[in-house]
Design a protein around this ligand. Sequence first.
Ligand code: DTR
Ligand code: ZN
Ligand code: ZN
Length: 330
Amino acid sequence: MRGRTLTAALVLAVATALTVPITPSASASAPSRTVTPAPLAAPDIAVANVQAHLTQFQAIAQQNGGHRRAGSAGYTASVAYVKGRLQAAGYTVTEQVCTSCVYRSNNLIAEWPAGPTDQVVMFGAHLDGVSSGPGINDNASGSAVLLENALVLAQQRPTMTKRVRFAWWTDEEQGLNGSEFYVRSLSAAQRGYVKGYYNFDMVGSTNAGYFINRITSTTAAPLKAYWDSLGLQPEENREGQGRSDDYPFQQAGIPTSGYAAGASARKTSTQAAKWGGTSGASYDPCYHRSCDTTSNVSATVLNRNADGIAYAIWQLAVSGGTSVPASSTT
Ligand code: DTR
Ligand code: ZN
Ligand code: ZN
């Protein structure tokens, strides 16, 4: 469901320029043909599929007392949903009991079993919410864009240059506890294998900003390249600094980045001028409130986040991953 193919044409032009011309076979000897494979474009993540996951998370909250707080029935059901979808796609999924969490509950870890085991890139989102509502933007949104990316990776089965490991964290809302427990559970060698950690917390805010953690870092480069290709003029995620699950990784010396669309802080007039939306209003008007439902998510924003993650995965971990972002509006 691609919107434009302009950048796809660019990819092709680059590939053509790099291709050694086919040698004409004038002699009777075996002709030598050099064919350079075209760069492998990152897949377009269907935002409808991401929205379908959000609908499931909302139903789970509704059926379990209205929320998905760590340690609650709504959280356990959220874990079961993500785990079931991943297992059906061929992932081996691990639940890690967080014994140091405020509410005892599990992190969920799934690794795509291809690529070198000592070269890992991680993508994570907190799966728990607060008890005031279903927690759809915070953070079913991050959970759903990761789940759909994991499913698409499994479907496509590309040749991998790195291992991709996905994580859904528990007890973030009580103090980043699930991710901190996980980082502490790794040996020094295992920590060294993790070349980058990417975090996704609140990626569908209705009055969105386009924020990237550590935006000028080389770790952030693929996330930034994708949003740059859409002309979005992303900014540093100042509001979220030290407030989400990238923080324990950062503290352990692991390079981090991530996307965010903003929480309770207010959009400036400069930001409204470049991104649209309402200046002087919160990026997410329902932050930690009962109105954080499926209506509290922008499909456009969700899509730009989901597709940027796919771009980063392909760029970082897939053999022949595209070097020019493909664009899409769906
Ligand atoms: N950890 C978030 C808190 C948060 C506040 N502002 C931002 C901005 C961007 C990402 C996250 C946050 C929470 O879960 O409540
Ligand atoms: Zn959050
Ligand atoms: Zn929160």
